[in-house]
Design a protein around this ligand. Structure first.
Ligand SMILES: C[S@@+](CC[C@H](N)C(=O)[O-])C[C@H]1O[C@@H](n2cnc3c(N)ncnc32)[C@H](O)[C@@H]1O
Length: 241
């Protein structure tokens, strides 16, 4: 990734770190959601204590969830501000997570049993190169992408998104982020306006040269409140979609 691009992305997320975890979209707002995420991780990952790399870990939503389940987690992120939050949360819970500052396109050395990511691919200038690097970091392992339907991809989802946004404003809840990427940055990122699951599957199959499985994780009872709506793509043939 170009240095100026990486700097802009890092600055954005350093500034977002203070409030990122306040958004119900970014965490698990209820015990049920937390249990659902935990079940999804346990189902999609190889058995604990496998070695898991969380790419673009941010404040550690997936890293913390995996560490709670007994995985050995390495979290990599460009933003020291986001990683500082992750370290604080891990310490609070007595969890051991290795947090590495750096680009997810260049994973820390070592072989992993799984690479996981949530909502990172949209902010990478070359998602295919990152997927290839992750496959090399876990050649025999599993790649699990948690992605959502958002942006311009799906007209129905777009309407839901607008309704959720209206509801948030009505309730005077703070925005999910402190700001937005500027147009110049967005122009450098091929998935920054959203991508359909077809696109992710194509990317995984081309870059990581692995078969994909797709699991819908839509929690419809919470969709209006902006709960985690995601799709996970796992490139391991044993995954039961
Ligand atoms: C939308 S947040 C997602 C954070 C976390 N995965 C989650 O699910 O809450 C995107 C994260 O990706 C990180 N990031 C963006 N580009 C990156 C890159 N090239 N390498 C590593 N981290 C990156 C940002 O710093 C930010 O923490």
């Amino acid at each position: 990734m170009r240095v100026d691009l990486a700097d802009s992305v890092r600055r954005f997320w350093d500034a977002d770190a203070a409030t990122y975890d306040r958004s119900p979209d970014h965490g698990a707002a209820t015990p049920t959601e937390r249990a659902a995420w935990s079940a999804a991780l346990a189902r999609l990952l190889p058995p604990a204590p496998a070695r898991v790399l969380d790419a673009g870990a941010g404040t550690g939503f997936l890293s913390l969830g995996a560490a709670r389940l007994g995985y050995q987690v390495t979290a990599v992120d460009l933003s020291p501000g986001m990683l500082a939050r992750l370290r604080e949360s891990a310490e609070r819970e007595g969890l051991s997570i290795e947090a590495v500052e750096g680009g997810a396109e260049h994973p820390p050395p070592g072989q992993f049993d799984a690479v996981i990511e949530r909502h990172l691919l949209w902010t990478l200038p070359d998602p295919a190169a990152a997927l290839t690097a992750w496959r090399q970091a876990a050649p025999e392992g599993r790649l699990v992408l948690f992605e959502g339907l958002w942006g311009r991809v799906d007209p129905i989802e777009r309407l839901r998104q607008q309704a959720r946004e209206g509801w948030r404003r009505l309730r005077r809840e703070p925005d999910h982020h402190h700001g937005h990427y500027d147009a110049e940055l967005v122009a450098e990122l091929p998935l920054a306006t959203g991508a359909h699951p077809d696109e992710f599957i194509r990317l995984v199959e081309q870059s990581a040269r692995a078969p994909s499985a797709y699991t819908g994780l839509t929690a419809s009872w919470r969709a209006w409140a902006g709960a985690p709506r995601g799709a996970s793509l796992a490139t391991h043939p044993e995954v039961d979609p």
